[in-house]
Design a protein around this ligand. Structure first.
Ligand SMILES: [Zn+2]
Length: 266
């Protein structure tokens, strides 16, 4: 029986949405027997977690796929929770090298102070697969290339308690990307734009359809949706993606849970 669930804390993307907060920008959370993981804690990750009854103190790991503010703004807060108010050095941070170490001028987004509060910090390396032990079990992550307008951005496949969760992070579609995301139970795709509204460094719903068709997850989920996509209608776009790809794809909404009994979201 499947025990892993995914909770979407914030499903909005793009610069307009970021400051208007029509949709939240807190990323999502994975709860499983082996670990609870928060992914891409943009603004509202802490408040959204509390709103949706996801206790941040029960997290074991944090993943930050790149250093844009809508993916890492609340990283320090999440680390304060993982480390139990900074009193216990515990937990895992997996983040882009740029987020951890900064570029040439050292402009890092996760402070050295906070990095020192967890037990393990891993700077993600494209193509690497790495296993992490938690207090309750373990998970494994495979780091997948992303093409985005900031250094060291990545996507991943997470292997946890028999479930494989893929997440593209922010990226444009590139040749061969679908092959890299093969074998997922859930494939979460950041879909900023509706079809025919191409934008460098991001995917449109057309791109997501191509990705889903090639990657063939059991279920596809679109999130990180920008204003034009929200206006076009996420449900409509998801239906188009499902039809084109032959995969069941849903548009996430703030507070949406998938896991057991996910049929009700179809
Ligand atoms: Zn970004």
């Amino acid at each position: 029986m499947e025990m892993t669930e995914i909770i979407f804390i914030g499903t909005g993307g793009g610069r307009i949405n970021l400051l208007k907060q029509f949709r939240g920008t807190g990323g999502f959370r994975i709860n499983s027997k082996g670990a609870n993981v928060h992914v891409d804690p943009g603004p509202g990750a802490l408040i959204g977690s509390l709103r949706f009854k996801q206790d941040p103190l029960k997290l074991d790991a944090l993943i930050v796929t790149h250093a844009h503010i809508d993916h890492c703004n609340d990283a320090g807060l999440i680390i304060e929770a993982i480390s139990r108010h900074t009193l216990k050095k515990r937990g895992i941070v997996i983040a882009s090298r740029y987020a951890l170490e900064g570029g040439e001028k050292g402009d890092r987004t996760i402070t050295i102070y906070h990095q020192g509060k967890v037990a393990e910090v891993y700077a993600a390396k494209i193509g690497e697969r790495k296993k992490f032990k938690t207090e309750r079990g373990w998970f494994e992550i495979e780091i997948i290339e992303a093409k985005h307008d900031i250094e060291d951005a990545f996507g991943f496949k997470l292997f946890i308690d028999g479930t494989t969760i893929g997440y593209t992070g922010d990226t444009e579609y590139y040749r061969g990307m679908d092959q890299k995301y093969r074998g997922c139970d859930y494939l979460i795709a950041n879909c900023l734009k509706p079809q025919h509204d191409e934008y460098p460094g991001h995917m449109t719903s057309n791109d997501v359809a191509v990705l889903m068709k090639g990657a063939k997850p059991k279920m596809g989920i679109m999130t990180h949706m920008g204003m034009s996509l929200l206006r076009a209608g996420p449900k409509k776009e998801a239906a188009m993606i499902s039809k084109k790809s032959g995969i069941d794809v849903v548009a996430a909404y703030d507070g949406m849970k998938v896991g057991e009994g996910l049929e009700k979201y179809m």
